[in-house]
Design a protein around this ligand. Structure first.
Ligand code: GLC
Ligand code: MG
Length: 728
């Protein structure tokens, strides 16, 4: 750990993220995850071994939304900033549409890192989209990668199928296959996955092929215990209570008293969304069948807000209608309350407290309960809990000892469990006290942060020694590139290596000596495999970058890590099949051997002929295919995406890694180097150049060497005083 503390980068890209008054529930993408991430960042920033937390989200400038989302860097408090990075334009879009723009997000984040001159110690992605971004950064910079899924594609797909949706529809609406593929990849590469419950770690992640790859740590989210304070504090501090709280209580009582004949009885409280899986009907059956329970306690069910049930969505309408029918069937008038509306922010904590003051019980009868935030809230104020025997409650009860588990499908047992809690005063007190104490011990952001930091410190220790399982090599090339300000990029054939290689070793020695300040790469028509093989034969090793296949591919570092950002960038409007189909019809073109054909490069041999070249252009233009065409050595014809070429790849490197174009020395010998030699970079044409480059003579920043091959490059280093500039 650095002496001055850790720098953590958090990623939560979709939805609307702002620290003040976050717009919870404004749309489906702005919900619990965002609240969670904001709280986590705030508490981490306050931790003594953390120097800085940056929360990365999307920059959004959209007239239907607040201006708050247009602030690129926002200081929230000391050591905590929100950083907004643009991708896919400025308009708001739902998370399913963000996938194609994430590589742009990554490139811009790398620029940010370079500009700030601060590489994070850890990256942490939330949800698959931000997980993807964090994963790529982790592999570029060789730093640990932490992932929190919040929800997972495989479980979601299952749920939607169960709800009766068709596979096609699910795919169209949710891009679920892509999401699942990304999640599999994330699991393969994550160093640590954080879940809220054990069940989430085992069952939800258990659906994944690479389930076993990462380490898991269960750290439940924290609860705000300042809001969910113990019920007895009310009585102690009766006089100090604010008007709002008094008013809230009064309105809760008023509402409940409309339903109850004997309002002072203990209260059985349920609070949930009107969703079938929440099994409200199971609870009413249990209560309705048990006369003794009815004499002991009243039942209050808060099932969301409603105006007109007949206008609600199917699932909700059915749940609420059944609730009313059951109330009637068991004749629960005077004993059961089903309030129409309540104010979540103020009423919910008060509700739990009122139920606790009346020695009641909170019941969660859901068929499945992965987490169970309401249980924690109830326990935190001192209200005992009866809850479904499933992942979330199991964890909570094991930690807190605040109630009893039940089988939600067995009405008799539910009723019996509730009766037992209500009747046994000692037991009630024990559950109540345990809840108040143990929620504070296990479920606050302070305890969350403590466990979190222990895990991170372990990771950083391990990272020093361990070898990763992942297939992405952990060569921290990003760390290196982010520190560089100068680069030499050279063509291979007849430039770096050619007929006269007598000065190659001398050149490579200079590159080695200046390695800490100069990046070194090649740009070639060869494929990656062919380039690597050929360079090795000539003992050229340790390259930072290989731009191969005429600029249609970029690879980084010793592991030749593919540049995914570049691939995504050039893939725009590229239709290989269609172009090949068109060109195959031209008799004067001969398709090159398969080894030369690449996803973003179609190569032919073609004898030099002006008319032929013109007909290729004509054909592609007429058919509205965007492309770039490179003809070289009077015989090679390469068709690439319109955004690809060796020169454009160099410009992309300069942009992404924030290395000024003017600080590149670019070396070439023939027509297919022409485009990368022109413009801003310092260029050299080696002495043995092909005649087609003669036209560049006399141009600014294009130096014609007299020496051949590597000798020419050495001459250019002198000419531009490159080494002096690099080591002032
Ligand atoms: C290399 C490639 C070939 C390409 C040529 C010109 O020779 O193998 O496919 O056409 O360079 O760029
Ligand atoms: Mg060449």
């Amino acid at each position: 750990m650095a002496v001055d503390g850790l720098y953590i980068q958090m990623f939560s890209i979709h939805g609307l993220v702002r620290h003040e008054n976050p717009e919870m529930g404004r749309d489906a993408d702005t919900g619990g995850q965002i609240k969670y991430v904001l709280e986590l960042c705030r508490y981490l920033a306050g931790h003594r071994s953390v120097r800085q937390v940056d929360l990365f989200t999307r920059f959004i400038d959209d007239k239907i939304l607040s201006d708050d989302y247009t602030v690129p860097i926002q200081e929230v408090e000391e050591g905590f900033r929100i950083v907004r990075i643009q991708c896919g334009g400025k308009k708001y879009m739902r998370k399913e549409l963000l996938w194609p723009h994430l590589d742009e997000y990554i490139d811009k984040t790398i620029r940010f890192i370079k500009r700030e001159n601060a590489i994070p110690d850890v990256v942490h992605g939330h949800y698959a989209d931000a997980g993807y971004v964090a994963m790529q950064l982790s592999s570029s910079f060789g730093i640990p990668f932490v992932f929190t899924g919040h929800s997972l594609g495989r479980a979601k797909r299952q749920k939607l199928l169960d709800d009766g949706l068709e596979s096609d529809e699910i795919e169209r609406k949710y891009r679920i296959d892509h999401r699942i593929r990304v999640e599999e990849n994330i699991l393969r590469n994550a160093d640590l996955v954080i879940t809220s419950t054990h069940q989430e770690a085992e069952e939800q992640y258990g659906m994944y092929r690479f389930h076993e790859a990462p380490r898991y740590q269960v750290i439940p989210p924290g609860l705000d215990v300042d809001i969910f304070y113990p019920f007895y504090r009310d009585m102690v501090e009766e006089q100090e209570r604010s008007d709002v709280a008094l008013h809230t209580r009064a309105s809760i009582f008023q509402e409940l008293n409309r339903f109850f004949v004997t309002p002072d009885k203990p209260l059985i409280l349920a609070l949930c969304r009107p969703d079938k899986r929440k099994n409200i009907s199971g609870l009413i059956h249990a209560y309705g069948e048990d006369k003794e329970l009815q004499t002991m306690a009243n039942l209050a069910i808060y099932a969301g807000l409603r105006k007109d049930i007949s206008e609600m969505e199917d699932n909700e309408r059915e749940v609420l209608t059944e609730m009313l029918l059951l109330m009637d069937k068991y004749d629960l008038y005077g004993k059961m309350a089903i309030p129409k509306k309540h104010d979540f922010e103020h009423e919910v904590p008060e509700l739990y407290r009122i139920a606790a003051q009346r020695k009641g019980v909170f019941v969660n009868p859901a068929l499945t309960e992965p987490f169970g935030l309401t249980l924690l809230e109830a326990a935190a104020v001192g209200l005992p809990v009866v809850a479904t025997n499933d992942g979330g409650p199991r964890d909570i009860f094991a930690n807190c000892g605040c109630g009893q588990l039940i089988d939600p499908t067995d009405g008799k047992k539910i009723a019996a469990a509730i009766r037992k809690v209500l009747a046994d005063g000692e037991r009630w007190e024990r559950f109540s006290k345990n809840g108040i104490l143990n929620v504070r011990k296990h479920y606050t952001w302070i305890s969350h942060t403590k466990t979190y930091m222990e895990e991170i410190n372990d990771l950083l220790e391990e990272a020093k020694t361990s070898v990763k399982l992942s297939d992405i090599p952990m060569d921290p090339i990003g760390r290196r590139l982010a520190g560089l300000n100068h680069f030499i990029i050279t063509d291979i054939d007849n430039t770096l290596i050619g007929e006269d290689n007598s000065r190659l070793a001398e050149f490579l020695e200079i590159v080695r000596e200046n390695r800490s300040r100069i990046g070194f790469g090649v740009a070639t028509g060869r494929s990656l495999e062919s380039a690597v093989h050929f360079l090795k034969q000539h003992k050229v090793e340790g390259l930072d970058v290989i731009i191969s296949s005429v600029g249609s591919e970029i690879y980084y570092g010793a592991g030749n890590q593919p540049g995914i950002g570049w691939r995504t960038h050039i893939s725009n409007k590229w239709d290989r099949k269609r172009i090949k189909g068109l060109l195959d019809g031209l008799p004067f073109l001969e398709y090159q051997e398969e080894a030369n054909q690449r996803p973003f490069k179609i190569s032919y041999n073609m004898a030099a002929d002006r008319d032929h070249l013109a007909s290729v252009h004509d054909l592609l233009l007429k058919n509205k295919c965007p492309y770039s065409l490179i003809y070289s050595h009077q015989k090679y014809l390469d068709i690439l995406p319109y955004r690809a070429s060796k020169g454009k790849a160099i410009r992309y490197l300069s942009y992404k890694w924030e290395i000024p174009l003017g600080n590149f020395l670019v070396c070439g010998d023939s027509g297919n180097d022409e485009e990368m030699l022109r413009g801003e970079p310092k260029a050299v044409v080696v002495g043995n150049y092909s005649p087609e480059l003669e036209k560049l003579r006399g141009r600014r920043k294009i130096f014609f060497a007299t020496k051949v091959n590597a000798g020419g490059i050495l001459e250019a280093l002198e000419h531009y005083n490159f080494l002096k500039e690099v080591n002032p």
